[in-house]
Design a protein around this ligand. Sequence first.
Ligand SMILES: C[S@@+](CC[C@H](N)C(=O)[O-])C[C@H]1O[C@@H](n2cnc3c(N)ncnc32)[C@H](O)[C@@H]1O
Length: 168
Amino acid sequence: MPGRALDIGSGRGRNSLYLTRAGWAVLSLDPSIRRLQDSSKSPDFTIQRMGLVLGRGERLPVKDEVFQLALCTHVLESLPPNVAQEIIDESRRVMARGGFVFVATAASDDSTTTQYIDGVVGRSHLYGEAEFLELLTGFDLIELLNLKLVRPKSTPPAAQWIFIGRKS
Ligand SMILES: C[S@@+](CC[C@H](N)C(=O)[O-])C[C@H]1O[C@@H](n2cnc3c(N)ncnc32)[C@H](O)[C@@H]1O
């Protein structure tokens, strides 16, 4: 199955490096040069199979329909919803037909209503189910997961959505 994968908001590259090890040719995109540099310092980094691009998900410097997998994990919750939508629309543009999309983002506690929390890195948008699915309209749903994360007693419970879908 491995082909070409795009990791949108790749950060320090944990997912890109994992996919690279699994045989994918990965393009890692992030607006932070420091995080991209950290990715390249990993012993698993291989320039033959992993490209690094400085950029933003809402303007992907990539041709149409070239990736078999688009990944976006823990990026959307920190962005305004209209920017999140632009990122998802761009990811659909660059995915080949039949390609897979994997999106993980923060979920609201009750999983229905959207919530906002102010944290150390700014305001987080915690998606309710309907809003999250609306964001991904146009992809065929394969699996929607709502994961409750177990945290130490002192911090509130946290939840996340995972959407796995396909471009038909
Ligand atoms: C919490 S990190 C997640 C990194 C990685 N996806 C992971 O799951 O380990 C969020 C990343 O999103 C990046 N980011 C912020 N705004 C972005 C945008 N508009 N487009 C793409 N990435 C963005 C940040 O620079 C940061 O590296």
